[in-house]
Design a binder for this molecule. Sequence first.
Ligand SMILES: NC(=O)c1ccc[n+]([C@@H]2O[C@H](COP(=O)([O-])OP(=O)(O)OC[C@H]3O[C@@H](n4cnc5c(N)ncnc54)[C@H](OP(=O)(O)O)[C@@H]3O)[C@@H](O)[C@H]2O)c1
Length: 308
Amino acid sequence: MKYFPIKGTNLNVSNIVMGNMRIPQLSKTELEKLIRTAMEEGINFFDHADIYGGGESEELFADAIEMNPSTREKMILQSKCGIVSKDNYFDFSKEHILKSVDGILKRLKTDYLDILLLHRPDPLMEPEEVAEAFDELHNSGKVHYFGVSNHNPMQIELLQKYVSQKLVVNQLQLSIAHTPIIDSGIAVNMNIDQSVNRDGSVLEYCRLNDITIQAWSPYQNGFFEGPFLGDLEKFPKLNEVIDRIAEKYGVTNTAIATAWITRHPANMQVVLGTTNAQRLKDACAGSEIPLTRDEWYQIYKAAGNMVP
Ligand SMILES: NC(=O)c1ccc[n+]([C@@H]2O[C@H](COP(=O)([O-])OP(=O)(O)OC[C@H]3O[C@@H](n4cnc5c(N)ncnc54)[C@H](OP(=O)(O)O)[C@@H]3O)[C@@H](O)[C@H]2O)c1
C-alpha cells in the first residue's frame, strides 16, 4: 500500500480509501469483516457523509467495529456535510454546518473528525458564514482539516478567500469511464467535444494549489450507471485491454482500474465503494502498480477517448 502526506496536514494517508456510501447493504458481521479487511490491507482512511444510508452509515460503521479510542487512533476519518437529502438542496449556512458536524461526531462515536468536506457547491453560500463555522469547529478541536467535494477552481478560490484554514482536499468523480477532469487537457484548442473545459481545469488547479484529489466512483460508468468492469456490451475494447494488462501484472481487472488512477502523478486517493471484501483486496493490489505510460494511454484510448 502506498502512503503519502496530504499537503498542508500532518496526515500520512493510504492512496486507497474505504468509502461508506453503500455499507447499509451489509449485516453487522459483514461490515465488521469489510472494515477489518481494509485495515489489514493497509487502508487507514475512511470516507463518510452525513447523508449516506439516509444518515445511518456512520453509526453502522462505528457500531460494527465497536469504536473506541484505540481503534479511532488507527483511523483517519473524513465526513461531508452540506446536502439536505430529504428535500434535495444544499445548505452551507453556519447553523447547518455546525449542527451536521455534531451529528457526525455522535454517530461515529468520536470527538474529532480528521477532515470535513463540503459535499456539493451551494450557490447560496455566504463564505463569511462558512469561515465562522470552520473557525468554531477548528478552535473547538472538532475538525482538524477542511476540504471540498465536486467544487471547481473559482468556487474554491471564493471560499478560500474567506476561510482561514487551507482547503486540503477536493473529492471529484473519476474513473476510466468518466474522465472529464483529464479529457479537455488532452485535447486543448481542438474543435471537438472532448476539448470543452467544463470544470475550469480543476485537475491542474488542485495540483498547483496542493489540494489532494480523491477519486469517487472509481469503477462506475456515468452517474451510478453500473461498473464498466465486465460490461462487455458497452465496454468491449476497454475490458479487453484491461484484462490483457491485468494478466501481465498477475492481478485482477479491479487492480488495473485502480492503478489507472493511482498512476497519475497528482497523487490521488481512490475512494472505493465495494461492499465485497475480496474486491476490496483486489483493488488494494492496484495501489502501487507502475503502469507504463503506454499502458495508461492504451486504457484511456480503449475507453473511447481521443488522443490527438
Ligand atoms: N463526493 C461525492 O459526491 C461522492 C459521490 C458518490 C460516492 N462518493 C464516495 O465514493 C465511494 C465510492 O463510490 P461508488 O460506490 O459509486 O464507487 P465504485 O467503487 O465505483 O462502485 C461500487 C459499486 O460497484 C460495484 N462493483 C464494483 N466493481 C464491480 C465489478 N467488477 N463487478 C460488479 N460490481 C462491481 C460494487 O459492488 P460490490 O459491493 O458487490 O463490490 C458496488 O456496488 C462512496 O462510498 C463514497 O464514499 C462520493
